[in-house]
Design a binder for this molecule. Structure first.
Ligand code: NAD
Length: 481
């Protein structure tokens, strides 16, 4: 049976590309949609359409831009069934995760509408009695490149805020989730009444990402780039951005720790570890990928954690919490991490097997810091547990990572939790919660190899605007000649 074809969205017009690529359902292996395979010319057209549309959009009163974002919130509600279907069928999302994601992005549109009212400047004292003003202006055209794991959320968090503060946008979603991350984002804003050209979507296959990326970063009209994805590709985008002197925000990989201290409420700890490690089959940048448990509670914690993990069912994501991982490349990496850990002496406490892209929820203990599973991002439903002797060792091992995105700390003592939090080398820490947490008004982002720059709330205003200094001379400055 022929599948539907999805097109590019450029200058407010849906159009074909020279060819298409397959959008595959990871749960069934079947082609779900044929999607336009955009190229460098399509990307150039999209940037130029954005450039032409941006001044009028930026000149609108900010409450008019906010109104479009509020309309987008409504459109997300109207399109919810279509959005959930795409998140499940092309992204392999558990249906509960898909429902959460669509709800979250409605909140993102709302927070972005508020941000449209929050672009403020400063009035500086002046040595010469000038009126000395700092103003914030949109950067012009923003390129947004996003991954497949939370495609709708990660596209919306950049697109909605970039639009709110007066930019036009070119969005390139992942080739794994071109609908949820791109085509449907265009449909949301088309329904919301966004003027043509202010948002453009260029889908493309993995074969064309380099040529499309070159335009989205290098085109002279692009003022800022928001990239979310792997650290490997993020470094390339960062280098390209450096070459073209572009403002670049990079949200990259993670190897987040959950620290369970000796005074932890173990029910809380087990709940946090299970959600943090197994939500979306562990395919979240902030997934809990290392669990550091104090020796005083380690066996009790691990037994309870293993029982809870083993009860999670695997299969069709419409009815099972653990669905497929996204593709064979990811499955190979997860397999390699589990096999390497076991070969080097880790103990398999539950799981460990896979049927193609479907992995059992897996808990390993006796994991050591020199194993691949300790150092590399796994991005699968696998939780390595390591026993530590006290808080100092937990902090040392939590910081023993090239990454620094998020972390969780479980303790009965809030003051202790905050003091440990301050010593962790991450962009975000959640005391008495898992590492997996986000709110649309909070500054989301990492340190070390987890990235540069922040999304969310005021941080997004900073990411998508530039500062200018304007003065008004009123006779106080004298010239020497
Ligand atoms: P990826 O880096 O392979 O791809 C991300 C995006 O970049 C995709 O749209 C891809 O098509 C595009 N891309 C790839 N090569 C490119 C190039 N040369 N030029 C331009 N674009 C290019 O990542 P992925 O596999 O899609 O996503 C998983 C990764 O994303 C994980 O490492 C995860 O931790 C990370 N991630 C980070 C965050 C965060 O906020 N920090 C959130 C979600 C995912």
């Amino acid at each position: 049976m022929a599948v539907e074809t999805e097109r590019l969205f450029v200058g407010g017009v849906w159009r074909d590309a020279a060819g298409t690529f397959d959008d595959v359902n990871p749960a069934t292996g079947e082609v779900w949609r044929a999607v336009a395979d955009g190229d460098a010319d399509a990307a150039t057209d999209a940037v130029e359409a954005a450039l032409a549309a941006q001044p009028e959009w930026a000149a609108l009163p900010h409450d008019q831009r906010a109104k479009v974002l509020i309309e987008a919130m409504g459109a997300i509600g109207d399109l919810q069934d279509t959005l959930v279907e795409a998140l499940v069928d092309e992204g392999g999302s558990w249906i509960g995760k898909a429902m959460f994601e669509t709800g979250f992005v409605a909140g993102t549109a709302q927070a972005a509408a508020v941000a449209a009212h929050m672009v403020t400047g400063e009035l500086l004292p002046s040595d010469h009695g000038k009126v000395s003003m700092v103003v914030r202006e949109p950067v012009g055209v923003v390129s947004v490149i996003t991954p497949w794991n939370f495609p709708l959320l990660l596209s919306m968090r950049a697109v909605a805020f970039a639009l709110a503060v007066g930019n036009a946008v070119v969005l390139k979603p992942s080739e794994e989730t071109p609908l949820a991350g791109g085509v449907l984002v265009a449909k949301i804003f088309e329904a919301a009444g966004l003027p043509p050209g202010v948002l453009n979507v260029v889908t493309c296959s993995r074969d064309r990402v380099a040529e499309v990326g070159e335009v989205l970063v290098g085109h002279p009209a692009v003022g800022a780039v928001s990239f979310t994805g792997s650290t490997v590709v993020g470094r390339e985008i960062g280098a390209l951005g450096g070459r073209h002197l572009k403002k670049v925000a990079l949200e990259l990989g993670g190897k987040d720790a959950l620290v369970v201290l000796d005074d932890a409420d173990l029910d809380r700890a087990v709940g946090a570890a299970t959600f943090g490690s197994f939500m979306h089959a562990g395919q979240i940048c902030m997934s809990t990928e290392r669990i550091l448990v104090d020796a005083a509670v380690a066996e009790d914690f691990t037994e309870r954690f293993v029982a809870k993990a083993a009860a999670l069912t695997v299969g069709d994501p419409r009815s099972n919490i653990i669905g497929p991982v996204i593709n064979a490349k990811q499955a190979d990496k997860i397999r390699r991490h589990i096999d390497d850990a076991v070969a080097q002496g880790a103990t398999l406490r539950t799981g460990g097997d896979n049927d193609g892209l479907f992995f059992e929820p897996t808990v390993l203990d006796a994991v050591a810091p020199d194993m691949t599973i300790w150092t590399e991002e796994t991005f699968g439903p696998v939780a390595p547990v390591i026993t530590v002797s006290g808080e100092e060792e937990a902090i040392k091992l939590a910081n023993d990572s090239e990454y620094g995105l998020s972390a969780g700390i479980i303790t009965a003592d809030e003051e202790r939790g905050l003091s440990v939090a301050r010593r962790l080398e991450t962009g975000m820490v959640h005391v008495n919660d898992t590492s997996v947490y986000d709110e649309p008004n909070a500054p989301f982002g990492g340190v070390k190899s987890s990235g540069l720059g922040r999304h969310g709330g005021k941080a997004a205003i900073e990411a998508f605007t530039r500062t200018r200094w304007l003065t008004l001379e009123r006779g106080g400055r004298l010239y020497p000649f």
